[in-house]
Structures are given as structure tokens and as C-alpha cells.
Design a protein around this ligand. Structure first.
Ligand SMILES: Cc1cc2nc3c(=O)[nH]c(=O)nc-3n(C[C@H](O)[C@H](O)[C@H](O)COP(=O)(O)OP(=O)(O)OC[C@H]3O[C@@H](n4cnc5c(N)ncnc54)[C@H](O)[C@@H]3O)c2cc1C
Length: 384
């Protein structure tokens, strides 16, 4: 006997920020949805992520998605009735080489042309934003700063979306793994779970790093690859750091949480793709060294804990959104490549608009998986 709904309009696979944000956007539009999460909500990448929300990207697609998402984050407290610890403390992005300076100048021109308020900082202006930063020691020669960038607490964002979606009628099934996708006459028409089957008009693959495995269930190939990314948090300190500090050169980022801890990650360039969740000594020693180098005053501060999660990486570091040509009604919402928390709110709006036939606020074509059949222009502003 089915212990889950027999039929809904939209079956969503994955209960991270993508799945629950889409459940909310659809429920708000009167569409009956079910979310299937194999573990607990936020247990994938969302609950493990840094919570950074920035708009300073190098491609128009990512900048527009992020700028629209920021508008949603700004009204989230009012709209969802939850304080998700959203704080617009800015992002300080450091340039260490002339090559980076050239790229950042291009980025800033593009960002400003799209209406983003970004400041260019010369070396001697960087300490105006973060006085504690050892600009000389880290070899920074310039930086960009966007005051409306910021951060939030990812688990609370998931709970906020899920609570509101439930209130509006969404069915959210935790500890319910999708084992198969029903495809009939070339159309996705439901999911098979360990707790029964649910028929639907659309099936959405919001399974994060597991999305290629889920896509295979419908006979669809995705190019995304899972990469471990490690992260840590220190003991709480009095508030001193407003922005997220980020360096693509050193592959590092860190910020201070509302509870005072410094949370940050370093991307190991030698990391191989795979479902690896182990915490490593290499990460924590490298990260501790980098933090001390960036802010020498952090030397005596103790690490509270470290953990790991997965980036769901596409060849151009842009998400995959919308339909696939092989199976009608099978929609993708994945491939965020390490910046999905920040753009998922707008991606959810776009997919909800697509499903309900509303005009799209941003075209979906640039995010179609079919783009990989041609040459693609990649996002370069990423911690890899
Ligand atoms: C260390 C780290 C730091 C990060 N920092 C940031 C940051 O600062 N800012 C930012 O924007 N992004 C950041 N990210 C990336 C961000 O976490 C992700 O892009 C985002 O959370 C993706 O959300 P999602 O809902 O698509 O995927 P997930 O949160 O991974 O959700 C997918 C869910 O699908 C479920 N699932 C998988 N298979 C099945 C199945 N067969 N049946 C049912 N359920 C299934 C999984 O259990 C999982 O919960 C970071 C990631 C990591 C790992």
C-alpha cells in the first residue's frame, strides 16, 4: 500500500535548498507538489555549505541569477516568516596577480552594466573594508567589493522554505529515497520510492551531487561531477568581520557567522571527483595556515569542527536548469558548481514559471544541458 500521495502535479527529487524552494514557489502558485528526500532536509550540500551569497561573477547568466536571488533573500524574512540570519556584509574579492586584475576589471564592467553596485579597491584601500587583513603578507594588489553581497544560515533557509511550502499544501517526505523514474511514451510520469509510487505530470531532478545518478534513472546523461569540498568553523569571537573574504588565487574563502565563529573553506586543486565525505588533516592544516596568513590576529583561535560536502560541478560552472530533449516533463535543477545556495531562490522561481507556463523572468536556454553539445564559456570567478 502506498504511504505517500498517489498523484501530484510535480514530483521533486531532493530536499536541499533547490527542492524546498521549488516546492514553495509551486505551492504558492497553487500547484500540488511532493518532495522526496532520501535523508533529512538539508542533509546534502545545503546543510554543509558556507552560506555565502554573492553577485560578483564573471558571466551574465550567473550575475543575473544571483542579483535576482538577492532580491528574494532581502524579502525572505517577511515572505517566509523566518529569520534565516541573512546579513548583507558584502564580499571582498582579492586580486593577487596582474592577470587577475585584468579579469576583475572585465568582471566589474559587466557587473556594473547589469546594475550591480561594485567598488574597485586599490591595494591601499583594502584595509578600509577589513582592517585586520594582512594585505602585504598575502600579496593582494587590488580587490573588488560589493556591499549588497552577504550570507545567511543555510539550514534555516531550508526549514523556512519547507515550512511555508507545507503550510501551502506541499507534501514533503524525508527518509524516502527515489529508486526509479517512471517514463511512459517518452514522458516522465512519476517516481518509484521505497515507500511506494507517486504519479506526476513533471519530475524535477534537484538531487545535487547525486543528480547524474537520478538522471540515469530516466535514461538521461548529465555531465556534472561530484567533488568533495572541506570547510571548518572556529570558536565564536566578538564580531569584527563584516564581509566574506575570498581569493580565487589561494582558493580560499571565510566569513564570520552571526554566532561569531569564522567559517571558511579551501578548495584542494588535487581533489578527484567522487562521493568522498571524509575530513582531512591536509585541509585543516592548510586552512589554519591560510587564516593565520590572512588575519594574523586569528593565530590563537581554536577550531571548533570541520566537515566536508560535495560540489556538483558542470563543465562551465553554471547550473543546469529546465527540460531535456530525451524525456519530456523531466526537468533539471542541479549543477550549481559550488554556488547553489545563493542562486537557488531565483532558479526555483524560473522553474515554477516554466511549469505553470508563466512568462520567464530570465530565459532558460543558456542553462539547458544541450549547451554542452557546443563550446561553452565558463564561469571563472569560482573557488575550485
Ligand atoms: C563546503 C561547501 C561550501 C559551500 N559554500 C557555498 C556558499 O558559500 N554559497 C553557495 O551558494 N553555495 C555553497 N556551496 C554549494 C551549495 O551547498 C550547493 O550548491 C547547494 O546547496 C545545492 O543545493 P541543492 O538543493 O541543489 O543540493 P543538495 O543540498 O545537495 O540537495 C540534494 C538532495 O537530494 C537528495 N537526494 C539525492 N539522491 C536522492 C534520491 N535518489 N532520492 C531522494 N533524495 C535524493 C540528497 O540527500 C540531498 O539532500 C557549498 C558547498 C560545499 C560542499
Amino acid at each position: 500500500m502506498n504511504v505517500i500521495k498517489d498523484r501530484v502535479e510535480v514530483a521533486i527529487i531532493g530536499g536541499g535548498i533547490s527542492g524546498v524552494a521549488l516546492a514553495y514557489e509551486l505551492s504558492k502558485r497553487g500547484v500540488e507538489v511532493a518532495v522526496f528526500e532520501k535523508n533529512f532536509l538539508g542533509s546534502g550540500s545545503t546543510g554543509r555549505c558556507g552560506g555565502g551569497i554573492r553577485q560578483q561573477f564573471s558571466t551574465e547568466e550567473n550575475i543575473r541569477l544571483a542579483m535576482e536571488s538577492v532580491k528574494i533573500f532581502e524579502r525572505m524574512k517577511e515572505e517566509l516568516g523566518w529569520d534565516i540570519e541573512y546579513y548583507q556584509g558584502g564580499y571582498l574579492i582579492l586580486a593577487h596577480t596582474e592577470e587577475e586584475v585584468k579579469q576583475f576589471e572585465k568582471n566589474v564592467r559587466l557587473q556594473r552594466s547589469l546594475g550591480l553596485d561594485v567598488q574597485w579597491l586599490e591595494r591601499d584601500e583594502i584595509n578600509d573594508i577589513v582592517p585586520e587583513l594582512d594585505v602585504e603578507g598575502i600579496g593582494a594588489i587590488a580587490a573588488t567589493y560589493c556591499p549588497t553581497d552577504g550570507h545567511a544560515y543555510p539550514p534555516k533557509a531550508v526549514w523556512a522554505y519547507a515550512d511555508k511550502a507545507r503550510e501551502l499544501g506541499a507534501h514533503i517526505y524525508e527518509f524516502t529515497e527515489v529508486k526509479g523514474i517512471i517514463v511512459e511514451n517518452g514522458r516522465a510520469s512519476g517516481v518509484i520510492t521505497e515507500r511506494g509510487e507517486t504519479r506526476s505530470r513533471f519530475v524535477v531532478n534537484a538531487a545535487g551531487a547525486w543528480s547524474p545518478i537520478v538522471a540515469e534513472m530516466a535514461g538521461v546523461k548529465l555531465p556534472n561531477k561530484p567533488y568533495r569540498h572541506e570547510i571548518m568553523i572556529t570558536e565564536p569571537l566578538s564580531h569584527f568581520l563584516d564581509p566574506m573574504v575570498i581569493s580565487f588565487h589561494d582558493n580560499v574563502y571565510f566569513r564570520q557567522t552571526m554566532r561569531g565563529g569564522i567559517i571558511g573553506g579551501w578548495g584542494d586543486p588535487e581533489e578527484k571527483p567522487g562521493f568522498n565525505f571524509a575530513s582531512s588533516l591536509k585541509f585543516i592544516t592548510t586552512m589554519a595556515r591560510l587564516l593565520r596568513k590572512y588575519i594574523p590576529a586569528l593565530k590563537p583561535v581554536r577550531v571548533l569542527r570541520q566537515w566536508a560536502g560535495l560540489y556538483d560541478v558542470t563543465p562551465d560552472a553554471k547550473p543546469i536548469l529546465g527540460p531535456v530533449k530525451e524525456v519530456e516533463g523531466f526537468l533539471q535543477m542541479n549543477g550549481y558548481s559550488g554556488h547553489g545556495f545563493m542562486v537557488a531562490p531565483m532558479c526555483a522561481v524560473l522553474l515554477a514559471q516554466y511549469i505553470t507556463g508563466e512568462p520567464l523572468s530570465i530565459p532558460l536556454e543558456p542553462f539547458s544541458v544541450e549547451r554542452f553539445e557546443k563550446e561553452v564559456r565558463g564561469e571563472v570567478s569560482v573557488v575550485g
